[in-house]
Design a protein. Structure first.
Length: 97
């Protein structure tokens, strides 16, 4: 029973930490994974990659979600014309660095 519980916890931890689009592979597959997605999906990926692919930088502009890869390639996903993104900084617990 004890070993099965440990195995279950390990398996659960691995499955949670490795979503399908964030599995570490080569950089080309990460670039291609951004094809045919919308801005909401791009922001979800950017948030996940903040922790899993630290070498890929991302930010949001009024025009879209921008990804910058280590080889200096840039990929932009446009925001819809009738939508905007509002970022709220977590000043209660921490500040920007």
């Amino acid at each position: 029973m004890r070993y099965s519980m440990i195995l279950l916890v390990v398996f659960w931890g691995m499955s949670v930490s490795l979503p399908a689009y964030a599995v570490k592979g080569d950089e080309k597959s990460a670039y291609v994974s951004l094809d045919n997605i919308d801005a909401v999906q791009a922001m979800e990926i950017a948030n996940q990659w903040k922790w899993t692919r630290k070498e890929v930088k991302s930010y949001v502009t009024p025009q879209g979600v921008i990804f910058i890869f280590p080889d200096k390639r840039v990929k932009g996903i446009p925001l819809p014309k009738d939508r905007m993104v509002v970022a709220v900084a977590p000043y209660i617990n921490q500040t920007h660095r």
